[in-house]
Design a protein around this ligand. Sequence first.
Ligand code: 5AD
Ligand code: SF4
Length: 458
Amino acid sequence: MIGSRKLYVKSFGCQMNVYDSQRMADTLAPEGYVETTAPEDADLIILNTCHIREKAAEKVYSELGRMRGLKETAAADGRNLLIGVAGCVAQAEGDEIIRRAPAVDIVVGSQNYHRLPQLIARAEREGRVVDTEFPIDDKFDHLAAPSRAATRARGVTAFVTVQEGCDKFCSFCVVPYTRGAETSRPVDKIVAEVERLADAGVREITLIGQNVNAYHGKGADGRTWPLSRLLERLARAAGIERLRYTTSHPLDMGDDLIAAHRDLPALMPQLHLPVQSGSDRILAAMNRRHTRADYVGVVSRLRKARPDMALTSDFIVGFPGETEDDFAATLSLVDEIGYAGAFSFKYSPRPGTPGAEMDDQPDEAKKSDRLQHLQQVIDRNQATFNRGCLGRILSVLFERPGRHRGQIVGRSPYLQPVQIEAPLALIGEIGAVTIMEIASNSLFGALAQEPALAAAGA
Ligand code: 5AD
Ligand code: SF4
């Protein structure tokens, strides 16, 4: 172990990056790196980047501009600050980063985080390094597990990557290129990770993957397990009270997975199921491989299995060729489904994707108009969904102290933040909360009954 050095990791983009950032910190902990929240104190800064839209990628370069100043300040103090770029921008733009950002010492692709200790040593010895190969060996076999203390500090909910990559090739999306083909982690590795998390106090697990419901991992019985079977197994892990998974593709919502929402009480009645557009013409141009009716059919089967299912989605406005009628179809789909919330984005042409080559790219003003309009309709849907919770008693997993003294915050089964006045000792517990008020998408309530404090003091 080398003396203590400070590590600052900043995550951009999706939850997979948040998870990967934690794994990088865990891998560097035995090397003597301690995490800091202050970049100016760091000896190593890693930016874990996102390439999904142009804005996300550009953010990285402006952040790297700022980092250059930090590096110069550190050098004036006689310290050598190393800067690493990880994640999808690293994977997609490897050498270009080195060219555009002179402050960068290490570029590491999303499959190579387990090699970070060697890359750091090489950068210190030989200067700037780029490692964006897709290796044959599985990074998860080499990435260190978090210590019990690190897990505890991260809270009572955790993400676990079960699947990476995507084979769908939606015509707007870089993921199949940056994250590669679909791969699934074996069941026993996931179960072991979940049991370790549960042992350290985690109560809720969200299984994550770019296309998580296409999961097909090897089970202990030698067979390929679908996500439904993995969920059923994890629901039996001691201490795990709640399960979620994200992000899903409508085509992979099989009957077995829908039935799991009926049969597994631990599986929360909430699903992020991006549709992107409500127009069949645009769905076809996006190569989504499903129609609007297919999507509506999946949602109605889900709601038959679990009537209170809360749905969220992603939408893209201004895809090439999108007419007023196509856009109107998206608006009408939002109202037809009745979403609990949704993300919406202006289409951003990504180099190397088929969408970027298409004619009839809508102009910026049109995209902005449509985005604003769509967001209004989504907000209305969300407000309606939240209003429907007023007066109801919801089970809430308390996660952390609230903004004000005496408050704690948790999540409802539908993933809404819920604030109550209660002692901090309830963090990690699930309590029944009567919802009394709603303000800016947070629910406020009071304990309907004291939860049994089984784990208190444990
Ligand atoms: N432009 C705009 N939004 C995009 N997304 C993916 N690629 C693009 C793009 N090129 C959105 C999709 C996806 C979410 C993660 O990001 O809605 O579901
Ligand atoms: Fe991208 Fe489509 Fe794969 Fe989702 S399903 S990651 S949008 S290609």
